[in-house]
Design a protein around this ligand. Structure first.
Ligand SMILES: *[C@@H]1O[C@H](CO)[C@@H](O)[C@H](O)[C@H]1NC(C)=O
Ligand SMILES: *[C@@H]1O[C@H](CO)[C@@H](O)[C@H](O)[C@H]1NC(C)=O
Ligand SMILES: *[C@@H]1O[C@H](CO)[C@@H](O)[C@H](O)[C@H]1NC(C)=O
Length: 400
């Protein structure tokens, strides 16, 4: 008995020493350092009160198309020089600039994108792919809370972040998802829709998607300014003979597809469409390569309009299927009571047609579609399980 107690005491002492050692040598150098975290938070929030951003935070009205989460804040002009250096020569430089500490297996290097995505697609039949920067951390957290309990959904998710810290934060909080990080400071901070900085990020996203499509990885491209009232995969995957399955932009009679939610089946037609789209985006890149990140770029030239033209022209024989508008409404659903009354149980709602993440978050909160808050004890986010359950209970019941 006494002997047992002594062994126990020794074990406790050993544990305390080990923990002390761990805290001393690990927290100081990593991003879990509280000081580092508060600095990160300070800098990632620094665009919030910018008057230019506020002037954009208004309802968008008229024939504009993709007013979604990327329509954001600010990126210091200083980043531009680095942006040119890093992006100008294509993927390769970005890849070389995205080395991650070798003793840190939280996030993978962008070089591994195809390998990592292929492994997920092999196991689950597809990969759910999104590209995020630090400005999307809260929206991403809320969406991850939203979908956390959907069967094996998180294990199908591959998030590509533009910086390593955001990748690590996400992976630490959401161990079931897979994270790949770039390390491109020009892509951090909020980038405004239809501005050169944003367009360059979309060029990079198109290149990454192209790498996956050409490697025959089946993917659902998604964005995080969405609420999912149920798992849309059964509906999305039910269109067996389509090359591309997507969501139509509101009011455009399925002539304009949203670049926000796209199933890409890796068929020869999809490969042709995506390699042509990548060429078009590379041409666009050349035009904006030397522009300041806030220089306006016409909406007539972006990934979404180029893709829509290719799809409308049935380029490469591509077959596109649009998902039912009532199940996949856009942000107009939030804005027009008539649309909501006519369509009370959508499956997936895009929180778009407004500009600015804080406006989107406010709207999501108003409709009970916000699922996350800060936890003062762990300094990480916690999910509002009640809000998630309420929303999932409202989704359409799967037809049998
Ligand atoms: C990211 O890039 C910067 C500047 O190029 C470099 O100093 C830093 O070490 C890189 N970080 C990682 C994790 O690779
Ligand atoms: C958590 O706190 C940070 C720092 O104040 C803030 O930037 C962030 O928006 C908060 N997140 C949530 C989900 O409230
Ligand atoms: C959680 O969600 C419920 C339902 O939307 C809401 O009433 C409650 O205030 C939320 N709790 C927190 C801490 O945000």
């Amino acid at each position: 008995m006494r002997r047992g107690v002594n062994v126990y005491v020794l074990l406790v002492i050993a544990w305390v020493v080990a923990m002390g050692y761990f805290l001393l040598f690990h927290t100081g150098s990593s991003t879990s350092n509280p000081l580092r975290q508060s600095l990160d938070r300070y800098f990632s929030g620094s665009g919030k009160n910018n008057p230019q951003r506020h002037s954009l935070d208004q309802h968008f009205d008229g024939a504009k198309d993709r007013i979604n989460s990327e329509n954001l804040v600010h990126n210091g002009g200083e980043n531009l020089v680095q942006n040119k250096d890093l992006v100008h020569n294509g993927d390769e430089n970005i890849v070389h600039n995205s080395r991650v500490d070798s003793n840190d297996d939280l996030v993978h290097d962008n070089q591994d994108l195809v390998k990592v995505a292929s492994a997920i697609a092999e196991k689950h039949g597809l990969v759910l792919f999104t590209l995020l920067n630090d400005a999307f951390y809260d929206l991403a957290s809320s969406w991850l809370c939203n979908t956390e309990r959907m069967a094996s959904l998180h294990s199908k998710i591959l998030v590509l972040t533009t910086d390593v810290d955001t990748g690590r934060r996400l992976k630490r909080r959401w161990p079931a998802i897979t994270v790949v990080s770039m390390n491109v400071s020009a892509f951090t901070g909020a980038l405004e829709y239809s501005r050169a900085g944003y367009v360059r990020l979309m060029v990079e996203r198109t290149r990454c998607i192209n790498r996956l499509v050409q490697a025959k990885v089946r993917m659902l491209l998604f964005e995080v300014d969405f609420v999912w009232l149920g798992d849309p995969l059964p509906e999305v995957l039910s269109h067996k003979d389509a090359d591309v399955v997507g969501v139509g932009v509101y009011g455009r009679n399925h002539q304009l597809i949203c670049g926000c939610f796209l199933l890409l089946n890796p068929t020869p037609a999809t490969e042709k469409v995506w390699s042509r789209l990548t060429e078009q985006m590379e041409d666009l890149y050349k035009k904006v390569a030397n522009s300041g990140s806030k220089t306006a770029v016409s909406e007539a030239t972006n990934d979404q309009t180029f893709l829509s033209s290719l799809l409308n022209a049935k380029y490469g024989g591509v077959k596109v299927v649009y998902l039912p508008d009532d199940l996949f409404p856009e942000g107009k659903w939030y804005m027009e009571p008539k649309l909501r009354a006519a369509n009370p149980n959508p499956l997936v709602i895009h929180n778009n047609w407004v500009i600015g993440n804080d406006v989107k978050i406010k709207r999501a909160k108003k409709f009970g579609h916000w699922f996350v808050s800060n936890d003062s004890t762990t300094s990480d986010v916690i999910c509002n399980v009640t809000a998630v359950s309420n929303v999932l209970a409202k989704g359409p019941k799967p037809s049998t």
